[in-house]
Design a binder for this molecule. Structure first.
Ligand code: ADP
Ligand code: MG
Length: 704
């Protein structure tokens, strides 16, 4: 991409700023969470958003000076006082006509003090004022200026002072100096936003917005609804949406293959299922069939609440692909879920002559080699696995369909790495986390969506109750009675932050207590249970002689035991909403009524109480996701930490969700009208993509 105009000053490394040597650049990279000092750019400094502000606009006369509060005072220096004892503080005394104020110094020599605070001159200082022995004082003022007289105009140092996250070696003084220097480097850039939109929203220019972010003029400027904040958030969201739209545009126009298969053979597989499909499963499959049969590549999200039956949709889709001789790769988030999907798929498909294999990181080498060979030669039609699937040693003869289950646990890059193993492959993403529309957009950009809105017939809603942990023995009694009636229960013990030992201990203890009361039908699985053992226990719970499964959150994702009817979640107050909902979705899968007991430790905090209220009020995953967004913010819902999903510098989806939808439309329109970003606005947008390091999109633009 030729540089259309120069944003180089912003993408230059921080060592171009005065006072930034190797050591300081290293500290800045750390502070700004950048991969290396060389990749820490001047724009990254400007994207360091203040988390609060010190208000120095509290301008007082000395007589009215507050005690233990920040204030700004303008006064005439009347004398210097030396400490009465050696090593004690020195004082500069000022007077504004209403009284005297002392500036206290523990450091700095006399010559320095006399130079800065000459007797008879006016000075302005700001800092924490405290009254001491009948006189106000400021110890080491934060801001200091020599002024002409009592009425000298206030400069920005005595306005709102931003407070930034800091790190060792980067003090607020150093940082504000760097930000000032960085602001001076901001070049005049052509507007990359749509003119009418900017006018309608009354947005400042990019440069103005950055200045206002670091030099707010009023308390309103600090609000996420402030025009400058919205401007920067919109730029950022547009960059991400545009990048997704460009990549998506290239993916779509890259021709897929029109697949053909024998519908009767697929119908036969469907007819062999132990149930009939729900209307929304049918609808989703009709949409998938149309995509597979068409020449364009499918990029489709299947969104369905826990228990809505997504696996079988993937199963039939794989049968369609196999009918054309094509291969399907299905990626699951954990070994356990991969194995379970493998069992589901192989049970149905193998009976109809479609070979299915499992591929995980923990397989024996010989078995693995055999599977790899079968995939490369094309005789294995379906492979189910974990992240082991996108390793470079895995090759396909004709990869037709990529299915990604619980996508939010994978990064977009991993998904693409797998898709690229089959240049014409269609993509199906399945998610149980009912991501709100805004978040689908943020993470995946524009994709087709099939929603499984109805649950399989005969399902009963799960009754949810919150019970104090103080009543745990009553809960155990009821559990024992239910088990005696032949019911099955999960008992989930919480994650203990950074303390796997403690976590293990609580699960082990709980299993022991339950065994004492309920008998030898209690199984225990946790993060350290070896895979083989975990599988043995899970299977015994599913089909064998275990009735109670005590587990840490390993049961969260995808485990399917249709006749389990009780879910007890211990320390429910420590779980997030969507996590609680996911766990609850493990029961209520059969036709028997189910119960979810949320055991909480009192007293409950406000947010925890709201979560439990929401859980009791609704079984609707979409509503829960929306509430979750309100309570927690987007990062946690998307599981940003695991997946490398977008995390924003300026945008906050709880406040800027409306901008996201606009940015998405805007991006699509740009790609539709100027797909190579060659027009005037397009060229400006290239700079925006560079600023936000949308490298993949920039590469795609380059390759045409
Ligand atoms: P999820 O959408 O949470 O991944 P699963 O695919 O694991 O759900 O399905 C949940 C359970 O519902 C499984 O036991 C599955 O066999 C069953 N199931 C799926 N579709 C139907 C249906 N149409 N009728 C009855 N049961 C179904
Ligand atoms: Mg599932």
């Amino acid at each position: 991409m030729s540089a259309v105009f120069d944003i180089g000053p912003l993408t230059a490394a921080v060592n171009r700023l005065p006072g930034v040597g190797p050591a300081r650049a290293e500290r800045l990279a750390h502070l700004l969470d950048r991969p290396s000092p060389a990749e820490t750019r001047i724009f990254d400094i400007l994207s360091h958003v203040p988390f609060s502000f010190i208000d120095r606009r509290h301008r007082v006369t000395i007589a009215d000076a507050p005690d233990k509060a920040v204030a700004t005072v303008t006064m005439k220096v009347v004398r210097h006082e030396k400490s009465r004892r050696p090593g004690g503080p020195s004082r500069v005394i000022g007077d504004d006509g209403t009284g005297e104020l002392a500036i206290v110094f523990f450091r700095g020599g006399e010559a320095w003090r006399l130079g800065n605070y000459p007797i008879g001159e006016w000075v302005r200082v700001s800092g924490l004022v405290e009254w001491w022995e009948g006189r106000p004082q400021i110890v080491h003022p934060d801001q200091f200026a020599r002024v002409e007289g009592p009425d000298a105009p206030f400069d920005e140092r005595f306005g709102l002072e931003p407070v930034y996250p800091l790190t060792q070696g980067i003090t607020s003084g150093i940082l504000s100096g760097l930000i000032a220097a960085a602001l001076e480097k901001v070049p005049a850039v052509p507007e990359w936003l749509d003119g009418p939109f900017v006018a309608r929203e009354k947005l400042p220019t990019f440069a103005e917005a950055l200045t206002r972010l670091h030099h707010p003029e009023s308390a309103e400027d600090l609000d996420s609804a402030a025009p400058a904040r919205r401007r920067l958030a919109y730029d950022e969201l547009l960059a991400s949406q545009l990048a997704l739209a460009i990549v998506r545009d290239r993916e779509r126009t890259h021709r897929g293959r029109a697949r053909k298969w024998d519908a009767a053979a697929v119908d036969a597989i469907e007819a062999d299922l132990p149930f009939s499909l729900t209307p929304s499963q049918r609808l989703a499959l009709a949409e998938i069939a149309a995509d597979l049969a068409a020449e364009h590549r499918m990029i489709r999200l299947v969104q369905g609440d826990v228990g809505s039956g997504k696996t079988v949709v993937a199963l039939i889709a794989a049968a369609m692909a196999a009918g054309d001789g094509g291969q399907t790769a299905m990626m699951a988030p954990t070994d356990l879920v991969a194995r379970q999907h493998f069992e589901t798929l192989s049970r149905s498909l193998e009976a109809h002559g479609i070979p299915v294999r499992l591929l995980t990181g923990r397989m024996a080498e010989a078995e693995r080699a055999e599977t790899l060979a079968g995939l490369a030669e094309g005789e294995i039609k379906v492979v189910v696995g974990t992240h082991a699937l996108f390793q470079s040693s895995v090759n396909f003869s004709d990869l037709a369909l990529v299915v990604v289950d619980e996508q939010h646990r994978f990064g977009v890059h991993q998904r693409m790495a797998l898709s690229e193993k089959g240049p014409d492959s269609d993509l199906l993403v399945m998610t149980a986390t009912p991501i709100p529309r805004t978040l689908v957009l943020a993470q995946f950009g524009d994709m087709d969506v099939s929603r499984l809105t109805d649950k399989p017939a005969g399902r009963q809603p799960v009754e949810t109750r919150a019970v104090s942990l103080a009543n745990v023995s009553a809960v155990i009694e009821r559990l024992a009675a239910a088990v005696a009636r032949g019911e099955k229960a999960y008992w989930v013990c919480p994650l203990v932050e950074d303390n796997e030992d403690l976590e293990l201990e609580s699960a082990v203890n709980r299993a022991r207590v339950l065994t004492e009361r309920v008998g030898g039908v209690v199984g225990l699985v946790h993060g350290r249970t070896p895979t083989a053992e975990r599988e043995r226990i899970m299977n015994a719970f599913k089909d064998g002689d275990l009735s109670v499964l005590v587990a840490t959150t390993v049961v969260e994702v995808g485990v399917d035991v249709p006749d389990a009817t009780i879910m007890v979640i211990e320390h429910a107050e420590r779980f997030g909403l969507s996590q609680l909902h996911q766990l609850r979705g493990r029961v209520g899968r059969g036709s028997k009524p189910s119960t979810c007991l949320l055991l909480y430790k009192s007293p409950l905090g406000e947010i925890a109480r709201q979560r439990l209220d929401t859980m009791r009020a609704t079984n609707d995953g979409f509503r829960i996701a929306e509430d979750d967004l309100k309570l927690r913010g987007e990062g946690e819902i998307l599981g940003t930490r695991q997946s490398g999903a977008p995390s924003f510098r300026f945008a906050d989806l709880t406040h800027h969700g409306d901008l996201l939808a606009t940015a998405s439309d805007d991006a699509r329109l740009v790609v539709a009208t100027d797909r190579n970003l060659e027009r005037e606005r397009g060229k400006a947008l290239r700079a925006l993509l560079t600023l936000y390091e949308r490298r993949r999109a920039i590469e795609r633009l380059r390759s045409g």
